[in-house]
Design a protein around this ligand. Structure first.
Ligand code: ZN
Length: 290
């Protein structure tokens, strides 16, 4: 199953990229499920069962006619990030790969849609394409072997990072540097894990304009999705609709010589196989439409 946020309303999506059709959930369910995409996490199991009975291909309208795409999960209560979770990225950062996951938060106000503009607060903003996991069920002490059972779906995310603020001080300020407005675009759709042929080996890429800057696979996660959920839920109550940004592969701008950061006019494209892509245009902060 695929869902999206079209014009602020929850839709079921079917069809190949470019030719997607969609059904408005609130209308098709006769009001059983609300239009607000965040509300679906109140009864995810019920929604999955109902959604399976809808023939989206036969009854849907072109997705593009249903409004601009917003974040499939617009108001998560908790947004986790994981640092240094690919060995090539740890190596380019000249840091040792951590024995257990290094966790920070992206404040939920940074969440935005797949095609939102990125207002640049400085000339030190970097890119990080990431697989984002959406938690479906309230969860505590989930064993790794059962962790995928609490996952509602996955989506593409960008963990945009203002490196000067992020790395300022001891300890550094990861959460602040990664939480400027629009620093957490997600989308374009949420895909349930059963739709993915290889849920633990998804190819992922990031381009800045036409240049391929990151080319990885979630098969290379140091701490895979199952272990991240086990580790997080050993401490935190995971809540329905929470997001986990799982980490970025090598190829970020900070690691280049000289470093390369985003400038107004740059377009960042972030893609994961089987899910889709984000396209975020960089603008000077003052010119941005927040
Ligand atoms: Zn990251």
């Amino acid at each position: 199953m695929r869902i999206a946020n079209a014009g602020g309303r929850l839709v079921l999506v079917a069809g190949a990229a470019g030719g997607e059709v969609a059904v408005d959930v609130e209308q098709a369910s006769g009001g059983r499920f609300a239009a607000d995409p965040q509300d679906v996490w109140a009864d995810w199991a019920g929604f999955r069962a109902w959604g399976a009975s809808v023939d989206v291909g036969a009854t849907g309208r072109p997705l593009g006619e249903l409004g601009d795409l917003g974040p499939p999960v617009p108001r998560p209560r908790q947004v986790f990030g994981v640092a240094l979770n690919y060995s090539d990225h740890a190596a380019e950062s000249r840091l040792e790969a951590p024995a257990s996951a290094l966790v920070f938060t992206k404040f939920p106000s940074a969440v935005t849609g797949p095609y939102a503009e990125l207002p640049l607060p400085s000339d030190s903003v970097d890119w990080e394409v990431e697989l984002v996991v959406v938690v479906a069920d309230a969860a505590r002490h989930v064993p790794a072997e059962q962790a995928w059972s609490v996952v509602g779906g996955v989506t593409v995310g960008q963990d945009f990072s203002e490196r000067e603020v992020q790395l300022r001080g001891t300890p550094p300020q990861f959460s602040l540097g990664k939480s400027y407005p629009a620093f957490a675009p997600i989308g374009p759709v949420l895909v349930t894990p059963d739709e993915l042929a290889t849920r633990d080996a998804l190819a992922m890429r990031c381009w800045v304009n036409d240049e391929l800057v990151q080319d990885g696979s979630t098969a290379n996660l140091i701490h895979p999705v199952s272990r991240l959920i086990a580790q997080l839920s050993a401490v935190v109550n995971l809540l329905p609709g929470d997001l986990i940004f799982t980490g970025t592969p090598g190829g970020v701008g900070m690691a280049r010589t000289p470093p390369r950061y985003l400038a107004p006019g740059d377009v960042v494209t972030s893609w994961i196989d089987g899910i889709g892509e984000l396209r975020n245009s960089c603008v000077a902060e003052r010119a941005a439409r927040l």
